[in-house]
Design a protein around this ligand. Structure first.
Ligand code: GLN
Ligand code: ZN
Length: 775
């Protein structure tokens, strides 16, 4: 028996975000292409070398990307929409980045001045971007046409295999599989199903696989995470079509079919019937599938068991894993062990965290440490536990320390949670009664105007925060600065006639981090960056312990802001599901339990805001939709506790206090009943980009509460005209009662510039006035 350590993919941004620095410098025109390629090459070399040193036997290549691996796949098969081909550049990298982020020559972009572009002025939008399965990583949605032709258009996979070979590493190239690619692809032609393009795309894959084989690859990892989704028979059959074809046309090349993010479930039988040489399964998300996989796997199928969590940052219980793996290793001739999925979703190296509480740090493993864990497991399996006895003992000690630590267990939080009953989730009166009381107090005009919360986080705001962080600006100076910014924002809102004001959120670095930093049970890292999309990285907080709110978080800021104006000032909070969703969450209790703890903490904040005099409190649940499980059968359970948590948060106040919520980026059809059950008095949603189409779900459902469909797309610097927003309001008024409607932008304005925001909001107020007369 032999057990080998393999990896499905390593983070490519670099431990110090070197890739971010390099691509952004290139985009800004500060460095040239040669410098960028050079940085990329040395990052790849360092990544291979590091993994080899950590004891990795089977090393991926092709997992590097300048922006996104799905975009790489689009370019690989030649799914490059005409729009980008028409740019008239021979530089494939320029086309690639145009697909990733759009190309507007002669204007400013987020990284500084636009990259110079030979030829005529260009103005093309980026491809659509969306979340990769249920992760917080975003990919570029492949776009195909009904008569799409494919041809191998990039040799990236082959080049990187060869590059590794030259450095002495024999790698297993990684590519995105054809069926998942087409299932993720979209067409602008309504009703067209991209999967019908399968026969057209397969020859390109055969071509590429053959090239890899000619270059010396014996195994190729082919990712088909779509196998963990609900599939119909036709979709399932597409896998057989694809992999039968590969088996027929490619002799001698072995495919490791990689599935991850969940159980194969009802796709298991079909998957095991595919003529592939290897299968990777996720045993972290779906440990229960192991027996069925073992029972059904051909004897000569090489199994890759994903036993180390590629989605989270906790140390694995190695002894427990060995208990499970030892009998399997004995029974099978050869076995691979691996992270559950690509390590793209974890930070790179725990060693860079010098400020973490050493106790908490001892419970964590980032990408580097996860490969070390795998190497240790393999050694124990191949040579016996005695060979690594000392390391196993240390691991047991960490696991035990975490399990029994008072840091993870706050009896007061647990006792309180035990007293939560249905009454905690119910407002004092039904909506119809509440809204009557609220209207009597607030006395707002019909179609009241408001904004979602944040105002521009200007360079000055960020500079002041950085200076305060470094100690160059003292607390009093920083507070003074923030108060001035807040006052200016309030005066300006009054001046242009907004009805319900916000303070602008200048004091907040991020809508989750700001709250996490003031809650017990959260830890923050210095360098634990994870790629979110392109060059954008996030540092999710780590929820390691029971969550409590030692002191009020936002009340002082709210009270200051309200003291400046007679108009209602919204209290502004982030909801429990969103805080959970954008953090690394403890894995020693159900997520629902952690979420309930956060819900209680935020509920306390809501109650304190009310006591301080707030008449309107907004609880943002931007991420509620994205928390939906991949399988429909699990939706109801998730929505149940997610809605319950929101209701716990919102239900501590009197009927006359108006609770708002906000959601963005949502496909509302799937969750409209849950949104109804949240029973917020007012919800603001993103609708401008879809020209109110997203409102359809609310109309069909006959959503009874108040609603502010976004009339201004804040994702673009474009300034919408008053008439355009008025038209959207009229459209909304045809679907919903005018008396239900609020007028607001799509989302917060923090990423915009004041010079865009000011005219846009002036126009919005004008649109509301006109619509009041018209509706
Ligand atoms: N209140 C937040 C803001 O305006 C909401 C942001 C969001 O929904 N993503 O910034
Ligand atoms: Zn939003």
């Amino acid at each position: 028996m032999s057990v080998l350590v393999s990896n499905l993919g390593f983070p490519r941004i670099g431990a110090r975000r070197e890739l971010k620095t390099a691509v952004e410098a290139y985009w800004a025109g500060k460095t040239d292409k040669a410098a960028l390629l050079d940085t990329a090459r040395s990052l790849r070399a360092a990544t291979w070398e590091r993994q080899a040193a950590l004891g990795l036997d089977i090393m991926p290549s092709g997992d590097f990307s300048f922006y996104d691996q799905v975009l790489d796949a689009s370019v690989m098969v030649g799914a490059i929409p005409a729009l980008y081909r028409a740019l008239g550049t021979a530089d494939s990298l320029e086309i690639y980045f145009a697909m990733a982020r759009g190309l507007q020559t002669g204007t400013q972009d987020e990284a500084g001045c636009a990259h110079s572009h030979g030829g005529a002025a260009a103005d093309v939008p980026a491809q659509e971007m969306t979340k990769w399965f249920d992760t917080n990583y975003h990919y570029m949605v492949p776009e195909v046409t009904p008569n799409q032709s494919f041809q191998l258009s990039s040799t990236k996979a082959v080049d990187e295999f060869r590059e590794a070979k030259a450095l002495g590493h024999h790698t297993r190239p990684v590519i995105l599989g054809p069926v998942t690619f087409l299932l993720l692809a979209k067409s602008k032609q309504p009703g067209f199903d991209p999967l019908t393009l399968l026969p057209a795309i397969l020859p390109v894959y055969v071509d590429l696989l053959r090239k890899l084989q000619n270059e010396g690859a014996d195994w190729v990892q082919i990712d088909e995470p779509a196998l963990v989704l609900d599939l119909d028979d036709r979709q399932r059959a597409a896998f057989a079509t694809a992999y039968d074809r590969f088996a027929n046309e490619l002799t001698g090349l072995k495919l490791m079919l990689a599935t991850y993010f969940g159980a194969l479930g009802d796709n298991l039988a079909a998957t095991l019937a595919l003529p592939v040489a290897g299968l990777h399964v996720d045993l972290v998300r779906a440990p229960e599938q192991l027996d069925a996989v073992l029972a059904g796997a051909r004897e000569d199928l090489l199994l890759s068991l994903g036993v180390i969590d590629g989605r989270n940052i906790w140390k694995a219980d190695l002894s427990a894993l060995l208990d499970r793996l030892e009998p399997i290793a004995k029974a099978r001739r050869k076995l691979l062990i691996a992270p559950s999925c690509s390590l793209l979703h974890t930070p790179i190296d725990l060693a860079l965290e010098t400020k973490l509480d050493p106790q908490v740090k001892d419970w964590l493993a980032f990408a580097v440490q996860k490969i070390e864990e795998l190497a240790l497991l393999a050694k124990a399996l191949n040579e016996g536990r005695g060979a690594v006895a000392y390391m196993l003992a240390a691991n047991r000690a960490s696991i035990h320390a975490r399990r029994t630590s008072p840091l993870t267990n706050d009896p007061a939080v647990r006792a309180r949670l035990a007293t939560v009953n249905i009454d905690w989730t119910r407002r004092a009166a039904p909506f119809a009664e509440r809204i009557r009381q609220q209207q009597a107090i607030l006395a707002l005009p019909p179609l009241p105007t408001t904004t979602i919360g944040s105002f521009p986080q200007t360079a000055e705001v960020r500079k002041a925060r950085a200076a305060f962080g470094k100690g160059e600006l003292d607390e009093a100076g920083y507070t003074r600065f923030l108060r001035e910014e807040t006052e200016r924002a309030i005066r300006w809102q009054e001046e242009i006639g907004i009805d319900v004001l916000v303070h602008g959120e200048f004091e907040r670095n991020d809508m989750v981090q700001y709250f996490g930093e003031q809650l017990a049970g959260f830890a923050f890292t210095k360098a634990a960056w994870v790629q979110s999309y392109g060059s954008r990285c996030v540092r999710p907080p780590i929820i390691y312990g029971d969550v409590a709110r030692p002191t009020p978080i936002t009340v002082d800021w709210w009270a200051y802001a309200q003291s400046l104006t007679d108009r209602p000032m919204k209290g502004m909070l982030t909801g429990p599901v969103t805080i959970l969703q954008w953090s690394f969450v403890r894995d020693d209790q159900p997520r629902s339990q952690t979420c309930r703890q956060i819900a209680l903490a935020i509920r306390d904040e809501v109650v304190d805001l009310e006591a301080a005099g707030a008449r309107i409190i907004q609880i943002d649940e931007a991420a509620l939709r994205e928390g939906l499980p991949l399988r429909r059968a699990e939706w109801a359970h998730y929505l149940d506790w997610a809605v319950e948590c929101f209701r716990i948060t919102a239900s501590g106040v009197a009927s006359q206090t108006q609770i708002h919520t906000h959601m963005c980026y949502s496909e509302f059809n799937d969750i409209i009943a849950a949104i109804g059950a949240m029973d917020a008095d007012v919800i603001s949603i993103e609708t401008a980009r879809s020209k109110m189409e997203l409102l359809e779900a609310f109309a069909t459902y006959a959503y009874p509460n108040e609603i502010g469909p976004g009339v201004y797309d804040i994702h673009s610097p474009r300034i919408p005209a008053a008439a355009e927003m008025e038209e959207l309001l009229i459209k909304a008024g045809q679907r919903l009662a005018a008396g239900q409607l609020w007028v607001n932008p799509d989302c917060g304005l923090k990423t915009r510039k004041w010079e865009d925001v000011k005219p846009a909001l002036v126009n919005m107020v004008e649109a509301a006035r006109a619509a009041r007369a018209a509706l």
